[in-house]
Design a binder for this molecule. Structure first.
Ligand SMILES: *[C@@H]1O[C@H](CO)[C@@H](O)[C@H](O)[C@H]1NC(C)=O
Ligand SMILES: *[C@@H]1O[C@H](CO)[C@@H](O)[C@H](O)[C@H]1NC(C)=O
Length: 149
């Protein structure tokens, strides 16, 4: 047991930099309520040799028909500060953020939507990063509930 722990500690520096490389797809139907419903978004992270820092994620929602390509953000929902949440440089793994999507965000009513996560990140030389944005899409079907559960 002690050996395993020690090995883990020693191995950590090898995974010093990690960045969001994928998002897990949603299965089933999302139910939007008037105010309290949230959509769980799970990001997968992978290790890199070059320095990467994921700074923030901006979430947007678009009806399926309005989602032209991977530069479509749609209607803005909210921003998540990955530095404040300690997810800027996580090592390989995954983490989940809950995105508030209420009934009024489903601007085309119940139906098919695409949730877009636009990740702003810095990469390059430590301390002097350059930035870029990458988008990750989650298609989902939604229904509307009359009251908060
Ligand atoms: C959209 O997809 C293309 C092709 O996979 C990729 O080169 C581009 O970086 C993507 N755009 C964004 C904003 O992620
Ligand atoms: C949404 O519903 C349509 C019609 O039932 C189905 O074909 C499609 O696979 C569903 N999409 C998702 C992401 O579940």
């Amino acid at each position: 047991m002690f050996t395993t722990k020690l090995t883990t500690l020693l191995a950590l520096p090898l995974f010093a930099a990690a960045y969001i490389n994928d998002v897990q797809q949603f299965s089933g139907t999302y139910t939007a309520t008037p105010t309290t419903s949230t959509f769980p978004v799970t990001f997968n992270t992978a290790s890199t040799k070059v320095e990467f820092m994921d700074l923030s994620v901006s979430f947007g929602i678009a009806a399926r028909d309005d989602h032209a390509d991977n530069t479509t953000l749609g209607a803005p929902l909210n921003n998540v500060d990955l530095i404040a949440l300690n997810h800027a440089n996580t090592g390989p793994g995954s983490f989940t953020v809950d995105v508030p999507i209420s009934a009024s965000d489903l601007y085309a009513g119940a139906g098919s939507y695409v949730l877009t996560a636009a990740v702003l990140r810095g990469t390059g030389m430590s301390g002097v990063l350059t930035f870029r944005a990458d988008s990750f899409s989650i298609p989902f079907n939604a229904t509307i509930a009359d009251s908060d559960a």
